[in-house]
Design a protein around this ligand. Structure first.
Ligand code: OGA
Ligand code: NI
Length: 347
């Protein structure tokens, strides 16, 4: 996948004919990463993850150690939340200044997505937006469950980050300083209804939503996604869209823009999209694992050499993230992309 390719016509590319999950992204057993007694840098999952990041930018993981009871509770709360009356959900509507809360008018690359979302992060004031989570009153179990799940995903993401580092021949804790307890990751509950939440309205800023989520790359380091059994997530590779079939008990993992920059393009931030639902509502829950607000991201020492010079200027994470969120909220100019930081590209 070319890093700086013109992606405007990508949605017209065909969908690959999947005969089985063997033709899609690999499913990797990561018990060796989550087991404290093992030598993580030597476990086979490290090589499998590195290969998947080079080939696809996507993979699925099983034996990840996150409690299935907790996951079940998260699903129940997610379904109950989106089933609430719209006025109740809109009482915690996100704003341009504070992105936490409910939203049903999201844009990806300035195109409206057919979905509703609820976003939240750590309980403390987040440093990028200087704002706090919005929760519904009297939904304490919802809040407690979501925050436990946020912690579980933070732990899993750190373990995956260690595998990414080991795969680049770095010490497993090499990027801890850019994440640790200060990561700016956030959780999103996605609801892709068959019926468009805003009807078939079309205005200048509000085109008809023809996809659940338009094609994009995720901005941060990596994403840990829980999808239900409906299907609809697709990754773009070599001229085709490939389905990522639901695997019971698995998380879908993908690399984001910052991982592509750190790895100097060895790991790809894969382009992906979600189809609009036609007969069954779909839910998914991505956790976006993002660096600390202070992180400065540039290619790491083991992937820069005379033969392969650094391809990116340093990116200040808080600035990149702030610009991307603005583009998702409304049509405030062109969405920021890592190609704008490529050396030799003066866009
Ligand atoms: C996203 C995303 C895919 C899905 O929210 O960034 O890619 O399956 N979602 O919901
Ligand atoms: Ni995404």
């Amino acid at each position: 996948m070319a890093v700086n390719s013109d992606t405007s016509n990508l949605d017209k590319h065909p969908v690959a004919d999947l005969k089985g999950i063997g033709d899609s992204v690999p499913v990797i057993d990561i018990s060796g990463l989550t087991d404290h007694s093992s030598n993580k840098s030597k476990c086979s999952a490290v090589d499998e993850i590195a290969q998947a990041c080079k080939d696809w930018g996507f993979f699925q993981v099983v034996n990840h150690g996150v409690s299935s009871d907790l996951i079940e509770k998260v699903w129940q709360h997610t379904r109950n939340f989106f089933a609430l009356p719209v006025e109740e959900k809109e009482s915690i509507l996100r704003t341009r200044a504070n992105p936490w809360g409910f939203y049903n008018n999201e844009l990806t690359k300035n195109q409206r997505d057919k979905k509703e979302v609820f976003d939240f992060t750590h309980e403390r004031i987040d440093p990028i937006y200087d704002s706090r989570n919005r929760w519904l009153h009297n939904h304490n179990d919802f809040k407690d469950t979501m925050l436990s799940y946020f912690d579980a995903c933070s732990r899993l993401s750190l373990q995956l980050l260690e595998a990414f580092c080991a795969g680049l021949n770095l010490p497993t804790d090499y990027l801890h300083k850019d994440f640790g307890n200060n990561h700016t990751g956030f959780m999103r509950l996605n609801y892709y209804p068959v019926n468009d939440p805003l009807g078939r309205m079309e205005t200048r800023h509000q085109s008809v939503a023809d996809l659940g989520v338009h094609h994009h790359t995720d901005a941060g380091a990596l994403t840990v996604l829980l999808q239900d059994d409906v299907g609809g997530l697709q990754v773009y590779k070599d001229g085709y869209w490939h389905d990522i079939p639901p695997v019971a008990g698995a998380f879908v993992i993908n690399t984001g823009d910052m991982m592509q920059v750190w790895s100097n393009d060895i790991y790809q931030a894969a382009i992906h999209r979600g189809l609009a639902m036609e007969s069954t509502d779909r839910y998914s829950i991505p956790f976006f694992y993002n660096p600390a607000a202070t992180a400065k991201v540039s290619p790491l020492s083991t992937v820069v050499s005379e033969e392969r010079p650094s391809r990116y200027r340093t990116i200040q994470w808080s600035e990149f993230r702030g610009k991307r969120t603005d583009g998702d909220y409304a049509d405030y100019g062109t969405e920021v992309q890592i190609s704008q930081f490529q050396i030799g590209n003066s866009q």
